[in-house]
Design a protein around this ligand. Structure first.
Ligand code: FES
Length: 171
């Protein structure tokens, strides 16, 4: 998120930055964001620092208090991005997500970052990592992410990689 905020600030575009964490020690880059001129809203799940709640609660709070947004950029855990997108869809705010969290080798070969976006198969490392969050199938992506953490999942990844290579040869 930091480079995005920097880029926007340098062009005079105002930003509100919500940084969420389980507790205070997980809230990072607050000072750096402030130095860029952003309004920063730290949030913690346990209320140990800043707003007591999740980032989605803070988005709702800001909107309920009369703030209007042209765009939301959500970067972080898949579950957070999923819920941000479901909220911003409801609020009618276009949302970009960055799916680099799915990447393993980052070369387009392992298949780990395969994701369905608007009914099309995409690879985060080749076609992204940024996508229209309202079109991403988060449930499928999270299921795949969980599979890849197991030994069986890694075997599946290898099998998919071999299949990918075979397909490429055939083309
Ligand atoms: Fe392996 Fe994208 S990270 S294919």
């Amino acid at each position: 998120v930091y480079p995005q905020v920097k880029w926007l600030s340098e062009r005079g575009i105002k930003t509100d930055v919500i940084i969420g964490g389980r507790s205070k020690e997980f809230v990072i880059l607050e000072d750096e964001m402030k130095k860029l001129g952003a309004n920063v809203y730290p949030c913690t799940d346990d209320g140990s620092y800043g707003f007591n709640g999740r980032v989605t609660d803070k988005i709702k709070d800001l909107v309920d208090n009369g703030n209007n947004y042209d765009e939301v950029i959500a970067i972080g855990p898949m579950i957070m991005m999923k819920f941000v997108c479901s909220l911003t869809k409801e609020l009618g705010i276009s949302t970009i997500v960055s799916l680099n969290t799915l990447m393993v080798d980052g070369t387009g070969m392992c298949g780990a970052c395969r994701v369905t976006v608007g009914n099309e198969t995409k690879f985060a490392c080749v076609d992204g990592p940024e996508f229209d969050g309202h079109l991403v199938d988060f449930d499928e992506a999270m299921k795949r992410q969980a599979i890849y953490k197991t030994e069986e999942g890694q075997k599946l990844a290898k099998a998919e990689k071999d299949h990918t290579c075979t397909c490429k040869k055939n083309i």
